[in-house]
Design a protein. Structure first.
Length: 250
């Protein structure tokens, strides 16, 4: 595997860091995140709560109903259970990420996590490379902010493996950062700004890289977490590829 990685890492896309622009009208992730995180919540003075100010929400509303507090950093799971987010995410993989990577078929993370890094909150991600958690080196990372991400209210990374030029991603809603998180160290710092950062991220593997990825397929007794049709789904030009359609693709 180390030989494969050394061949892959030649300083060429998609194993390089890049910032891409997409249409928020076509892919309204912020709308769905607001629905998931905020519902109809308002500030004490009746103003609409923005994602950047999500840390200001009271722990309960005047109605007496319980309301989740976002005063501390946290990770929200189960995004694909939200119909609107799931449809937009699948469309994004099919219509934006797949053409960008130039492959008809992609393995992609089934259930990405929504991350809330509250203003004034401690770091939510310690320094690491995804290989530390046994992810495949064939994965390509996409980091999608739903707020203005900058400085301490962002993810920090080195631009290429081992170079140590750690920097925050400076991106806005409507932009996505592609980077090689498997080999590039990345982390967050304490958010000492007055704005919260909300983002989600996911990993994909091009079909052309699958054979050398080491990713187990259903039926392989590996005990690994990162397996096909569990951690990964498959997207093709006609949409999702179900398990019974995988042999024709592979």
């Amino acid at each position: 595997l180390s030989l494969i990685v050394s061949v892959q890492w030649m300083g060429f896309p998609p194993w390089t860091e890049d910032t891409l622009n997409y249409s928020v009208d076509e892919f309204p992730f912020e709308l769905h995140a607001r629905s998931i995180l905020l519902g109809d919540a308002t500030c004490h003075d009746g103003r609409t709560v923005t994602l950047e100010q999500i840390h200001c929400l009271p722990e309960s509303r005047e109605t007496g109903k319980n309301q989740k507090s976002f005063a501390r950093p946290q990770m929200i799971t189960g995004l694909v259970k939200h119909d609107g987010f799931r449809a937009t995410y699948h469309s994004f993989i099919k219509s934006f990420v797949r053409p960008h990577l130039g492959d008809d078929y992609l393995l992609f993370e089934h259930n990405p996590n929504l991350r809330v890094h509250a203003a004034g909150g401690k770091s939510i991600t310690s320094p690491h490379k995804d290989e530390d958690h046994m992810h495949s080196a064939s994965e390509i990372n996409f980091w999608v902010p739903l707020t203005f991400a900058h400085g301490a209210a962002s993810l920090w990374a080195e631009s290429s493996p081992g170079c140590g030029d750690f920097h925050p991603f400076e991106v806005r809603y409507g932009q996505v950062v592609r980077f090689w998180g498997n080999k590039c160290m990345h982390f967050t710092v304490d958010n000492d700004t007055d704005v919260s950062r909300v983002s989600f991220d996911f990993r994909v593997v091009r079909l052309r890289d699958f054979g050398r990825s080491g990713i187990p397929v259903p039926g392989q007794e590996s005990g690994e977490r990162w397996t096909l049709y569990s951690y990964y789904d498959v997207m093709g030009p006609d949409g999702l590829v179900r398990l019974d359609g995988w042999p024709a693709v592979a």
